[in-house]
Design a binder for this molecule. Structure first.
Ligand code: PMP
Length: 437
């Protein structure tokens, strides 16, 4: 309950009146959050929640280094990105060191959607083609152009209406509930064949392929890891057909994969364009597109790109502080250690409970697939919602995702500890026991 104009009204009601929000986390009694600190969120009643979902607060909520960087820069200079200043150059030079040599040009943007939108424009300008391969069930953002290539019905309820004839969704390579399941021989070839078939179809229509866009671990799919070599094979088909490959690192980048700084490195592929977002500014809207000089030049011959806020001095100082903290606090290493431990512990639940079908993911991006029963593997979204509610009551924020909304997503701030992981798994175990009883 909160006060507004001398009336007492719930915050939810006030929100519903003035904000047209398309998607939100639904709890029977949503908490009113007033403070974030490290991997914790605090409500107005003083209750502390373990945040197991916030990959935007990558280095932890309210990190003092980010607060300092923003405050100092706000006092000094913030400006429209048309001017010459050092902050965006310094940060670009630093960030590009995290990339392979061929990826040497940066465009600043403000959101993941803008980054993917621009990535598509770059690919289309470079190839003079329009058709795009995507992985079915993925989400790449909210502008008109990326809406047209996002087929995830949960993140993008308009998907079935807005996906266009030039968008070609590939069968999602999920080896638990996909077309081909684990232990099938030549899994990656079978799934990658779909890319070749779609490319052949595009050619048969007298057109060519502009791009293949994908995450290197399927975020909206619930944290699904693709079969080994799958991405390599699809990249090969796309490159042979003259298309460019876009790696969407908006969800999974900046060390979350533990073993690698970027998801595409884990899959051993070399994209032509990489898009960054969410964790880059730890909650502050800064994102980017990284590409090759050749692609950037092809684009510049046809178009210019301007974005008022993108790469402004404050945003760049914040992004710089984020990299400082990832390095100083060894958060990539922590993602590997804690994430791998958490995945192992979650996997134990598969043998213990009929409702737990599979555990997906890598390091600090995981998903727990809930089923009605092991034999049918039927996705159970009711259980996922019920468990999320029960976890919240016990002080943990976790929420469903995936094509069927039956996968609990786990992608916490990277300062998540082993103790947090144990608390999460023990709480989930208690709830699953009660539920199955
Ligand atoms: N790409 C992926 C993989 C995403 O998950 C999202 C957001 N969920 C986006 C792009 C869009 O990012 P934003 O919401 O910052 O526009």
């Amino acid at each position: 309950i909160t006060k507004n104009n001398n009336e007492t009204e719930t915050l939810e009601n006030r929100r519903a009146k003035v904000i047209q929000q398309a998607q939100e986390y639904y709890y029977q009694e949503p908490m009113n959050l007033v403070r974030g600190w490290q991997q914790y969120l605090i409500a107005d009643d003083g209750r502390v929640y373990l945040d197991a979902i916030n990959n935007v607060a990558h280095i932890g909520h309210s990190h003092p280094k980010v607060v300092d960087a923003a405050t100092k820069q706000l006092k000094k200079l913030n400006t429209n990105a048309r001017f010459l200043y050092e902050d965006n150059i310094d940060y670009a030079e630093r960030l590009l060191k995290y990339f392979p040599e061929s990826l040497q040009v940066i465009f600043y943007t403000c959101t993941g959607s803008e980054a993917n939108d621009l990535a598509l424009r770059l690919a289309r300008a470079y190839t003079n083609q329009n058709d795009v391969l995507v992985i079915d069930g993925e989400y790449h953002g909210n502008t008109t152009a990326v809406d047209e290539i996002s087929t995830n019905l949960m993140d993008n309820p308009t998907a079935s209406k807005s996906v266009r004839p030039f968008t070609h969704p590939l069968i999602q390579p999920n080896t638990f509930r996909g077309k081909y399941i684990a232990k099938t021989p030549n899994l990656s070839e079978l799934y990658a064949q779909d890319a070749l078939d779609k490319i052949n179809y595009i050619h048969s229509q007298g057109r060519g392929i502009a791009a293949f866009i994908s995450e290197s671990l399927l975020g909206s799919g619930g944290g699904v890891e693709m079969p080994k070599e799958y991405l390599k094979k699809v990249y090969e088909h796309v490159h042979n057909a003259g298309g460019v490959c876009i790696a969407d690192e908006v969800q999974i980048g900046f060390g979350r994969m533990g073993s690698h700084f970027w998801g595409f490195q884990k899959e051993g592929v070399l994209p032509d364009i990489v898009t960054l977002g969410k964790p880059m500014g730890n909650g502050h809207p800064i994102s980017a597109v990284i590409t090759t000089q050749k692609i950037a030049d092809a684009y510049r011959k046809k178009y210019t790109y301007f974005n008022t806020f993108a790469g402004n001095p404050v945003s760049c100082q914040i992004a710089n502080a984020v990299l400082d903290v990832i390095e100083e606090e060894k958060l990539q290493e922590n993602a590997a250690i804690v994430g791998n431990f958490l995945k192992q512990e979650l996997e134990k639940l598969i043998d213990e409970f009929e409702s737990v079908g599979a555990v997906y993911g890598h390091a600090m991006y995981l998903g727990v697939d809930l089923v009605t029963d092991k034999k049918s593997r039927k996705p159970d979204s009711q259980k996922a919602l019920w468990i999320s509610e029960a976890m919240k009551q016990r002080g943990i924020i976790i929420y469903p995702t995936g094509d069927y909304y039956n996968i609990l997503k786990i992608k916490p701030p990277m300062c998540f500890t082993k103790e947090n992981a144990i608390f999460l798994v023990e709480t989930l175990r208690t709830i699953l026991s009660k539920m199955e009883d």
